[in-house]
Each structure stands twice: as C-alpha cells, then as structure tokens.
Design a protein around this ligand. Sequence first.
Ligand code: SF4
Length: 490
Amino acid sequence: MTEKCGVVGVSLDGRDAARPLYYALYALQHRGQESAGIVTHDGFQQHSHVEMGLVGDAFGEDDLETLNGAAGIGHVRYPTAGSVDSSCAQPFSVSFKSGSLGLSHNGNLVNADEIREELAAAGHAFTSDGDTEVIAHDLARNLLEEDLVRAVKRTMGRIHGSYSLTISHDDTVLGVRDPQGNRPLCIGELEDGYILASESAAIDTLDGELVRDVRPGELVVLQDDGQGFDTYQLVEQEHTAHCFFEHVYFARPDSVIDDTLVYEARRELGRKLWEESGVETDVVMPVPDSGRAFASGYADAASETTADGEPRDVEDEGVEFAEGLMKNRYVGRTFIMPTQDERERAVRLKLNPIKSTIEGKTVTVIDDSIVRGTTSTQLVQLLKDCGAEEVHVRIGAPAIVAPCYMGIDMATREELIAADKSVDEIRDEISADSLAYLSTDAVADVLEKDRIDLCLGCVTGEYPYDIEGEETDRDVNRPDVGGAELPADD
Ligand code: SF4
C-alpha cells in the first residue's frame, strides 16, 4: 500500500520559503516518491520547479535559488489518479485572469470527471487527467466572481471526495481540509512564519511548534507577513471520516495526527491485539519496521496479563520480545515488483531472520496489515525454515477487504486476500498456526472516536463518500454537477 501524497505550504516574514519547503518535503518523503515540486510567489510572479523522482534528486542548489518569494507550497506525489508522468506531478500551477494559482492535493475526488466535463464544455482546456487540475480550474473560475474565501467555499460545495490542499493564490498561502477530514493537515508556527503540512513531522524538522490540526471543512489563510493565520469554517458536517490507516500504516510514527502521537496509537493498538487475541508463545517479534510499535505494545501487555486476561504471577516471565527479523533497507517496496514471482523473491531479499531467536521456539510475528498475502506466506515459511516450532501471526488492524478510493494505492479487490477469504482460510493459505486481526471496535476505541467518525471503507466495504457501485456507511450528499451549464452564484 502506498500513500498518495504529502502537501506543505509556508508563509514567512521576508525570508525565502523555498528552503524550508524543501526540508519539509524531505520530512514527508514517505508519503510519495514519484515526484516532488515547489511553487513560490515573490509578490510579482510565481516560480515553479517540479520534477519526477525523490526530493533529493528533484532539487539542486540552482533550483532552490530561482524559487524566490516568502510564500509557497510543496508536494510529494505517488500517483493513484492521473498518469504516471510529469503532467500530473505537483504542485499544479497556472496563471488565470484571476491571478496565479498553485495547488498541492492529498486525497482523491470521486466526482472529478463530472466537473471536468462541465468545465471543458464551458471552454476550460485541461493539460492533465488528474483531479487536482479540476480543482484549480474550478477555483480559478470562481475567483473571477468571488473573493478568495467565497471562491474556495463555492468549489468545496462542488467537489466530492477526499482532499487536503495547500494552495497559493499569488503570494497568499491557504490550506483546506475536506468536510469529513479524511486526510490529515496541520498548522505549525515557525520562528518567522506559519506552515501547513500533511504531518507534524514536517513542522518538527523546521524547529516549529504544532499549533493544531486543520479542522474538517476549514479554510486556513496564512497572513502574508508570516505573523499569523485567519480561519474560516466553510462547511460543517455532522461526522468526520478520518482515515484510520494513517494511524496504522501511512503516517510517520513521530507525527501527531488528530491529537494522537502515531507511535503511541500503534503501541496501544498492539496492546488491544493482545487483549483480543493474545496467544502464549516463547517469542514476540515485529515485522520490521511496520510491525515494531504494535509488537512493543503487544509484548508489554503480554508481560502484564496472560492470554486469558489474568494478571501474571511474579515468577511468570511472560513473552519475550525479540527482533528476530533484520531488514535490508536497500531493497525497494515489494509492490513495485510487477510479477508474483519477483514479489516472492523480494521478501527473501528484504528480511533476514536471526536463527538463534527462532530455532526451537514458538513465535508470534506481528505486522500492520496483510494485503495480497505474499509477504506473510513467505515470512511464515522463512520462520519455519529457521526451526520455529509454531508461527502465530497477529495483525494490528482489521482485514482489508475492499479497495481505497480516497488516495491510497492499495491493490484491487481481486488482489486482496481477505476480499473473499475467511480468517481461517487465510491462515491456511499462509500456513500459520494461528492468525488474528484487530477488530474495528478496538481501532475506534484506541483512536477515541465513534466508528462513524472514521473512514473504515477498506475494512468494511462501506465508504463515507458516494462512490459509484459501492455502499456508503452514512447519509452522503454528492453534489449534482453533471450539466454543461455552470451554476449561477450561490
Ligand atoms: S478506505 Fe481505508 S485507506 Fe482509504 S481512506 Fe478509508 S480507511 Fe483510509
């Protein structure tokens, strides 16, 4: 699974924004490795540099020197909507009659095609097939008739889906989070300005202070002099739909999302996993690095209570926590291996077991997810080849049964092992002695949210947005924007 994008925006008091944006993008690199870009504005004109590749490869010293101006936005991208080429790399930048615009988008609209058709019929020419350009054109059109805040509000009333945006309109930087707050976005204070970023780790990198998350449906406008920000609650919605997988998988463990440190949430999910499905074994080990925080919470809980939930006797040492699998950090993601055969080999390249912690022992191995099942099958085999007597697999999230339409590249339904198999069938397929996932209730409990305030689409098959051919888990108002005629003013 790969996150689609990371976004950032800064407004500083007189100092060029390019370098802080560049460092912030480094901090967000885990959210997208396909392309990186920065757009700045110096009060007179917009400057842009967008390249395919990692942040470190996309920018040279000369590029940063040309990105003048104290305000700007940045983006790292892994494509899920639109082509895998530079036409969809971001920030998307363009100059209209209403001024210059730059847009960085994390998420995915589910009605972009309808809006594109309508705008194309009204004479707008598109240069890419991505949904970000659709937002840019819609906003530009609205800016001809409205001030900035009303124009954003009008666009928000037309787009449907998941979006955290950083936008530059001339030298004003703004951030918007969709009315259900599906993807994260937070505000930070820097020594000489303010920053908007997908994750607080980007703020930390710049020695800033996290102020708070941008609220679902909120527009935040950074003041041009870097002295503060103005906020407008443009859309109110009864329930949020935060992506629970941000906490489980995508976000950096050192980021704080919706007031929760991701590392602590993962440890707490690990504790719940022990409470729900703990099994007494000699050793607990994480799949590095994804399972580490879960395994540490699981092992902590296992040292306090038995698998039956009874307090342990003083002389009962409980379960040993061990790093039994070493990761080769120089091997790429298994998901970019095109064939099944190559993917299977990649697992052996990626993980090397420490035989002495495994041989002759019963082992619990902990990870955050099973997607296709390839890695788990190989892993169980690897541990058994090393002499493990039993291998029990525990997963710190519910089973993924359906795809994501909100900006996560997750594999199709046909590829997802849990889409049509029971837990017992998956256990048999991966040849584990036992297998258990965490319940959705446990996730909601740990994140201190009602289930209805989370997006659980990929683990329930019911989504918080109106997606063609899929079920919804709530009342959803998908805007009607299908006609060639653009609507009159609100
Ligand atoms: S479907 Fe899953 S991955 Fe996608 S936004 Fe919802 S919870 Fe997150």
